[in-house]
Design a protein around this ligand. Sequence first.
Ligand code: BGC
Length: 667
Amino acid sequence: MITVKDLTAEEKLRLICGKDAWRTEDLGGKLPQLAVSDGPVGLRKVVRREDGKEYDKPSVAYPAIQCLANGWDRGSARAMGEALADDCLENDVDILLAPGVNIKRNPLNGRNFEYFSEDPFLAGSLAYEYIDGLQSRGVGACLKHFYANNLEFNRLDQSSDVDERTLREIYLKPFELACRAKPVSVMCSYNRINGVYASENKKGFRILREEFGFDGAIVSDWSAVHDRAKAAKAGLDLEMPFDQKNYDKLVADYKAGMLSDEELDACAQRMLDLICRCKKMRGDNKPEKSESDRLAVAQKVAEEGIVLLKNDGVLPLKKGVSVAVCGEFAALDDGGRIGGGGSARVQWIGKPYDLAALLREKLGGEVRYNRAFGERAIESFRSKGRDALENAAECDVNVVCVGTGDTVECEAGDRASMKLSSVQEEVILETAAQNPNTVVVVFAGSVIDVSAWEDSVAAIVYAGFCGERGGEAVAEVLTGEINPSGKLSETFPLCIEDTPSYRAYNDICVSRYEEGLDVGYRYYDTYGKPVAFPFGFGLSYTDFGYEDLKIRQTGDLSLEVAYKISNLGEISGKEVSQLYVRACAPYVYRPYKELKGFSKDEIGAGKSVSVKISLDSSAFSYYSTAFDCWTVEDGLYEICVGASSADIRLSAFVRIKEGKIASVKIN
Ligand code: BGC
């Protein structure tokens, strides 16, 4: 095994810079080479054609991380990681540049579709499974973007101005939880954190390695390095992609003594360890799942993640009903339109879907389709949209497919508005005026302001960016073949002005995180602000009852919380139950309540399941800036179990005295 002692200074300097855009340095064959590729929602392998031009090789397009997270399903996250590993193995990729766990601080962030949640526990827990699934099949993960990278506006330079406690509890937390899966690498972000570039942020890297136990290599985001020697001094192991200017300056700085041998060796050794670990991990693993099995995983993830937001009873559609379908999102011919843009954009491998055809097949009745409008063709509604109105008036049910797409939700820019385009809102309202049984299906990667049309329609299905098998999953949900079970992984506020980071979101140079810990539901809950749909919310075609809360002490500061959920309806379904902890009278500020556990369970009609969730001291602790560590305060805590952050069904009080649980009282 080669160590840094076997390398010359020049070789070490080369090794800590990439070979090119997608490969590590092999020192002329002395070392094995690692191939890396994006990204979180499908493999985006860049390949060169015979004519020398580069293109993204088509690959299975899984649902966006946002849709995966709406499933609240650990099994799906693991399955998606495993399937992605097969895509990588088939394409000789050693490290997948995924997943991203940045917190959704503001609904307008152009990359929200790539991220899990506004809640660090949900984001970190699902990322853990994704990474573990991926790496269990021999492919390395690259957890990104470290850290406090929560907007795209001026992303290469802006500074996220965040206080220590908020960093620890909100923005670093998902990295901490995901690091327990031992990702082989972490990617730093573009932005600055409190004035210092993430690529040079020694403190952040120290926390990552010493406190989160990260033992892999830290990789730069693509071209996020401004000063290679400074970055190496801080502990950044690999600059990607190769940059001649940065390399030349690095050599000069090294010669001038600005980077010590010890510092260089530390980075170079971690690179050697990375190469060795990845090659060993990969071994001679071969893909286990066929391409069609991987497409089935993509469909399963979508089935778990579709969220039913409103239903006056029109859904599920009954066999034989006539349906008018309109909207370009109902029939896609280009993968980009139902996913986000940028490095996470995946060129679909499969065929585009046609929702009208799928509904025709499943319902057996008349299904008409009119494209009617498009986000890129505003005028088409006025010219062709008349048919959509006639169809809506003449059919039993009207299904309008709206959304955003890769031009609206894209890396390197934020959305201008939380609303759908005005023509989409117009079509919803005009067709709904023709037919009270109007169902809106939203294909988007982030939160949509539904206020203009919510009250005018009978049902809303939030499909999210549900991947290339999403059409099938939506058809299954609309017809009741699948009982919807997704719940929102981010709050839908009434309007963008209501969001806690609204005022200080994209100030030119500095984004002040003045809302502190009050991100997402933490804010709406604490201040009693009404929202359109709360965090954790999602309807089902059946009803669930919660009862029989029991709490068993398992250690000084650990508990097992058990409860029963019953399916009160006539069809089977899945319920995502959520456990929040509330500090009742703390001496430091605490958001009203915080998610500390969740479970997704399948429950047959008329049947019950017992759910058990374990809590340890982290369920009660906060980051004390007085002690510089996580601390549990004595006092009263409420354990709240519910169907959403706004629908608590069971609760109990736990008293902590002298650092130990002293009593438990079920309410
Ligand atoms: C993105 C990363 C991505 C990299 C390589 C960057 O622009 O921020 O997420 O992995 O490009 O494509």
